[in-house]
Design a protein around this ligand. Structure first.
Ligand code: COA
Length: 332
């Protein structure tokens, strides 16, 4: 059977650093509260005029360079995001255009929030396994800063999120390096606990108007405690499935790269998985929760830090709005 591999990977974060001390001036919060509850010290927020596709483009170009292919070799672009440039069309055709791809390849978005990157891997992996496409550009990218209430009213959620992008080229495996498995799940009973409602057809006929904005429906809203409880249950469950399917013991795993939402969530997951602390990757302190961006960004930084090498087995896991959650096992 044909397997797929990550042939190239790249990331990009905005230059503009927003520290917890900067947030103290906006949101009636404190560095101490944010660090103790979440482990976040700073995050990056785009400056005016930078759309999600602008943020994602350098990540795509890096991934393409690393894969050693030309843009004309890309057969499909799939983007995972909840903060596309426009309400529609998706961001994938915008990326297609910005990359200068003039052939009529397929390009579309998926919406699976913080689990999007693993959903993308699963979709891309299927297209490669069936030989439908050869080189697929997968992009996980979000500009969460435009969904936040940056006033004291929004402090419970506003301190958690940052902007960031990651991209990979998925191609047929040529040796042992490959995606070993993916598992994706959803539970729609979680919708009301984490969402950004407007603009949406639920607000017929306009999707967005002054009243909807006054009510804050265009901001991300969540029940933090419920989300926390579900995240620390679902990610270990998904990792367990990945380990069982691939017959893996903890000793076989070089690194777990989990969605970076909160350091306490990652620590609780590591404890449940009986995973030594050093095998749970963390860069949340620098970027906060970048939604679809966290996993590819963390993978890139882990590679730069020499945390895994060719032949090593890494596990990915994520949890997010929907609820959605997922895991993937990869031999790098
Ligand atoms: N700064 C200071 N105080 C804050 C605050 C902030 N940014 N946000 C909330 N508070 C206050 C609350 O008002 C509350 O005050 P009260 O006790 O006087 O009512 C107090 O801090 C405790 O709030 P609580 O919500 O109980 O804190 P918590 O320990 O549950 O932590 C989260 C809150 C959001 C950090 C935590 O629930 C969490 O991380 N949940 C998961 C969120 C997430 O990761 N979502 C994305 C998943 S993809």
């Amino acid at each position: 059977m044909i397997k797929s591999k990550i042939a190239g990977i790249g990331y990009n974060v905005p230059k503009n650093i927003v520290s917890n001390f900067d947030l103290e001036k906006m949101m009636d919060t404190s560095d101490e509260w944010i660090q103790t509850r979440t482990g976040i010290r700073e995050r990056r927020w785009v400056e005016d005029g930078m759309a999600n596709s602008d943020l994602a483009l350098p990540a795509c170009q890096q991934a393409i360079r690393m894969a050693g292919i030309q843009v004309k070799d890309i057969d499909a672009i799939i983007v995972g995001t909840v903060t596309s440039d426009y309400n529609f069309p998706g961001m994938a055709p915008i990326i297609q255009q910005k990359l200068g791809i003039t052939s009529n390849i397929r390009a579309f978005d998926i919406s699976a929030a913080c689990s999007a990157f693993i959903y993308l891997l699963e979709i891309g992996d299927q297209f490669i396994q069936t030989s439908k496409y050869k080189n697929i550009l997968l992009v996980g990218s979000d500009v969460m800063s435009c969904t936040l209430d940056k006033t004291p009213n929004g402090r419970a959620t506003g301190v958690l999120f940052g902007d960031g992008a990651g991209a990979v080229i998925l191609s047929p495996a040529t040796d042992d390096s490959c995606i070993l498995s993916t598992h994706t799940f959803a539970d729609g009973s979680g919708v009301e606990n984490l969402h950004g409602k407007a603009p949406g057809s639920k607000f017929y006929p306009n999707r967005i108007n002054k009243e909807i904005i006054e009510q804050g429906h265009h901001f991300i809203t969540q029940n933090g405690r419920e989300v926390f409880k579900n995240a620390v249950t679902r990610m270990p469950e998904a990792v367990k499935l990945a380990m069982e399917e691939n017959n893996l013991a903890i000793e076989d795993i070089k690194l777990v790269i989990a969605h970076q939402a909160n350091a306490r969530i990652l620590e609780a997951c590591a404890t449940k998985m009986q995973l030594p602390e050093e095998k749970m990757y963390m860069n949340i302190h620098k970027y906060g929760n970048t939604t679809a961006g966290t996993i590819p960004i963390a993978m890139c930084e882990a590679i730069q830090e020499g945390r895994f090498q060719k032949g090593d087995i890494i596990l990915l896991t994520a949890f997010g709005a929907g609820y959605t959650w997922a895991s993937a096992a990869i031999r790098w």
